[in-house]
Design a protein around this ligand. Structure first.
Ligand SMILES: [Zn+2]
Length: 75
């Protein structure tokens, strides 16, 4: 599945579109660059699980602080 991830901004609640994990990371990083240039990127990663019998299925918020974005922004 390539459209199961999205990221939620920790500052304003902005959510990226569903997409691949790497796509979501770029999207939220770009959002921080535009909207919160002085804030260290962070927030929530959400993973959408598709059940075989439940259509869209449930949504699991992993609650991961996106530390990778911090590292990526400092190169
Ligand atoms: Zn934001």
């Amino acid at each position: 599945m390539t459209d199961s991830y999205r990221y939620r901004c920790g500052e304003c609640g902005h959510r990226t579109a569903w997409g691949s994990e790497s796509h979501g990371e770029r999207a939220i990083e770009a959002h921080y660059g535009r909207s919160h240039p002085r804030v260290v990127p962070g927030g929530m990663a959400e993973f959408r699980k598709k059940d075989s019998g439940g259509g869209v299925g449930c949504l699991i918020a992993l609650g991961i602080v996106v530390l990778l974005l911090v590292l990526a922004s400092r190169h």
